[in-house]
Design a protein around this ligand. Structure first.
Ligand code: ADP
Length: 296
């Protein structure tokens, strides 16, 4: 699925501009939408899945305007909203069967096969009889993915999927997504967690205050911080001074000292050495230098 977002803006009735003239082109595979809380990610996601309308601009999916072809496009879309918590007193398989009945016209036998195939795909087959509201946080999120996948969507929109998950579940979730992205599906993953993007997406955009601050590959974003990430080992006093001047991206305490990594345009300390940057570094650099959000 090819998605063209042109001049998109969303102004809520209270006058707040959540999205401001966003232009993006998204092809198949995994696309990461990164940005701090309040950047406008959920607003953009809800427009893409046709749950709300933009104030201005257009979205074309394979050349079709989503407002004009809403009915035709909806069956192609799977959506896992941020607040996916609507678990009533249904067993895991019953919940999925319920969503399959809403979103497909499959007859019972085929539907049951599809439900079990989805449960297997997200690693929940062995808990199919467990009450859905008794699943762990990570399992619920995986059930959320399964319900979004019912009906084989060509566009999968996932809003903040790993928030609140423990590291093991987070990795499991990312693996499910990267398996899916091998297929001819467009997956848009919105997150404020940099690791979600760096481990799965080839293309990405960074939103800030409703505007696109960066659009390209994660490597392209990392390139912008090259030469500005520094590592130095410092005693308490020097460390305490430097951390008030430059954003610290990591610290490892050693005996009486700190091995610290800073983001700084110029060398922050005579003994500091540049290190190979990653997306986390690039995100901090962007927030500080391009967007003027002080993290110190
Ligand atoms: P994100 O998903 O990046 O956290 P959102 O799209 O949820 O961002 O929100 C972007 C901005 O729009 C925030 O300032 C938020 O408070 C505001 N906002 C979101 N939904 C509404 C709404 N229904 N009415 C008014 N303001 C809203």
């Amino acid at each position: 699925m090819n998605i063209e977002i042109k001049g998109l803006s969303k102004i809520y009735p209270n006058g707040h501009a959540a999205i401001n003239n966003v232009n993006l082109e998204i092809g198949s595979g995994m696309f990461g939408l990164l940005g701090p809380n309040g950047a406008g990610k959920s607003s953009l996601m809800r427009i893409l899945v046709t749950l709300q309308k933009a104030t201005e601009g257009s979205v074309l999916m394979d050349g079709m305007d989503i407002n004009e072809h809403r009915k035709k496009i909806r069956p192609f879309i799977g959506y896992l909203p941020q607040d996916f918590t609507y678990f009533s007193k249904l067993k895991t398989w019953e919940f999925l069967d319920y969503t399959a009945r809403l979103s497909t016209s499959l007859k019972r036998k085929k539907r049951m096969t599809e439900v079990d195939r989805m449960l297997d795909q997200v690693g929940l087959l062995e808990v199919r009889e467990r009450m859905a509201n008794k699943l762990s946080g990570g399992m619920k999120r995986r059930l959320g993915i399964a319900q979004a996948l019912i009906g084989n969507p060509r566009l999968l929109v996932i809003d903040e999927p790993t928030t609140g998950l423990d590291p093991e579940e987070r990795i499991r979730f990312r693996n499910i997504l990267s398996d899916l992205s091998q297929k001819d599906v467009t997956i848009i993953l919105s997150t404020h967690i940099v690791g979600d993007i760096s481990s799965t997406c080839h293309n990405m955009a960074m939103l800030n205050k409703g505007e696109v601050a960066f659009h390209g590959s994660p490597e392209g974003m990392i390139d912008q911080v090259r030469g500005h990430v520094w590592q130095v080992t410092l005693g308490d006093d020097e460390f305490n001074v430097l951390k008030t001047k430059f954003p610290v991206v990591s610290t490892i305490p050693t005996i009486g000292q700190w091995e610290a990594q800073f983001i700084a345009t110029d060398k922050p300390h005579p003994e500091a050495k540049t290190i190979t940057p990653n997306l986390e570094h690039a995100y901090v650099y962007f927030m500080e230098n391009q967007l003027g959000i002080s993290l110190v």
